[in-house]
Design a protein around this ligand. Sequence first.
Ligand code: G1P
Length: 319
Amino acid sequence: MSEDAATQATVPPSPTSGQRAVKAVIPAAGLATRFLPATKAVPKELLPLVDRPVLQYIVEEATQAGLKDVLLITGRGKTAMVDHFDRQPYLEARLREKGDMERLAAVQRPSELANIFTVRQGEPLGLGHAVSYAETHVGGEPFAVLLGDEFVDKDEPLLPAMIELQARTGGIVLAFVEVQPEEVKRYGIASVAPSDEKLGDTEIVRVTGLVEKPAPEDAPSRLAVIGRYVLPPSIFDAIKRTKPGSGGEIQLTDAMAILLKEGTPVHGIVYRGTRYDTGAPLGYLQTVVQLACQHDSLGEEFRGWLRQFVAEMSEVRSP
Ligand code: G1P
C-alpha cells in the first residue's frame, strides 16, 4: 500500500472537503423577549439601523461573501421580514413619477440582493432546532449560518476566510471574540489549541471543546462563539441526536460538540474587527450611534450634534 493510501485508510477524507459553501441560513424565528414591548408586533430583525433594518445588513454581509442563496428561518408574526426583500411595484411607481431616483434605488436594493427562501419553525425550541429546518434546502452541501441580530463591519469581512477554511478542512468553522469573564454566560465558549492551518494574517485556532453558556468558573476560556458558522451537512444528523441543553433548548453548540467528539475538525477564526450586536437594547443603541456617525449623508451632522450633546452632558454632571 502506498503512503497516501495508508493515510487515507486511517483518516477518511470528509465527503464535502473541497466544496465551498454557497448558501446562507439566517435563523430569525426567535421571540426577541429582550426587546419587548417594541418587538410585540415588529420582528427585532426589522428594527431600523439609521436607514435600513438589521436584517438587510446581515443579508448584505452574506451576499458580499458570495452567498446569494439565503434561507430565512421564520416564525409566526414575522412575515414582514420577507416582505422587505420583495418588490413594491406601487411604491416604486410613485417614486419614479416623483423623480426620486435615489429612494427608488434604495427601495429596490433589498429585492436585488439575493434569492430569498423561507421556512417556518413551528415552535422556537432553540438555535439547533431552528437550523435543522434548513436540511431540505441545503441538502448535502456545507453552508453558512448567520444569526439575525449581529453583523460585522463591511470593510473587515469575516465570512470569506471562514468559507475558505471550511472548504479546506471539510469540518466546522467558527468565529470568536474575546469577552470579559462576566460575559461568558451569554455565549458558546471554546477551549482551543494552536492550529497548523494558515490563511494570510487570519488568526486560526483548533477547537478542542465547546460549552454553551457556562458559568464564569466553568468556562474553559474567554473565546466566545459569535453568530457566524460554516457547517458541514453532517450537522443535521448531530442535531437530531442532541438533547435539550442550556435553557431547555436544542443548542447548536451541543450538536457541534457531538461532531467534535466524533472527530470532525473544528476550527475558529479570532475576529479582531468591529462586530455589531443588536440583540439587546444597549448593543442596539451603540450600533445605531456607530452607524449614524459613519453614514454618508447624515454622518457629519450627527457627529457634530453628538459632540455637543456629550459636552453638555459632561457639564451637567461636573460639580
Ligand atoms: C447564540 C448561541 C451562542 C452564541 C451566541 C452568539 O446564543 O447559542 O452559542 O455564542 O448566539 O451571539 P443566543 O444569543 O441566541 O442566546
